[in-house]
Unconditional design. Structure first.
Length: 152
């Protein structure tokens, strides 16, 4: 079985070239991230994690559109911060169940960890060395778990 290139058989079927032409165009740009307070979330992501505030505007319907990202590159994925409705059962702080839901990768774990601690980020554990890299779990102001990781 092939790996899915044009003209190859995947799952017992020929993959049409048109499928691959369209698949190449797809990319993830935003993920909605629920927060209790937009301004507090902006302060955390921009002030504590060093993200960039890409968008912060009031829409004609009165809603607020806020996007943060690790860098200013508009083509890179970002987080659309959205107010959670906890009364309606939104999973604030547990968007990934009980586990880690988001992974922030770095090329210099020690300096990034130190910078984040200085900025007031709450780590739930000391850094640990795993087969896949150096990692430590931290939380955002609403309790959502993140990994800070430097791959091996």
């Amino acid at each position: 079985m092939g790996g899915g290139r044009r003209g190859e058989v995947v799952g017992g079927r020929q993959v049409p070239a048109a499928v691959w032409q369209h698949a190449v165009m797809l990319r993830l740009t935003l993920v909605t991230y629920l927060v209790r307070d937009l301004d507090r979330a902006i302060a955390f992501f921009v002030g504590s994690l060093g993200f960039v505030l890409r968008e912060n505007e009031i829409r004609p319907d009165g809603s607020r559109w806020v996007v943060v990202a690790p860098d200013a590159d508009a083509a890179a994925p970002g987080l659309r911060l959205a107010p959670a409705d906890v009364d309606a059962g939104d999973p604030l702080g547990r968007q990934a169940g009980q586990g880690v839901g988001f992974f922030l990768q770095t090329t210099d774990f020690a300096s990034q960890h130190s910078r984040m601690l200085t900025a007031g980020v709450t780590f739930l554990e000391e850094p640990r060395h795993e087969v896949y890299g150096t990692v430590a779990v931290f939380t955002d102001p609403d309790g959502q778990r993140w990994d800070l990781i430097q791959p091996s």
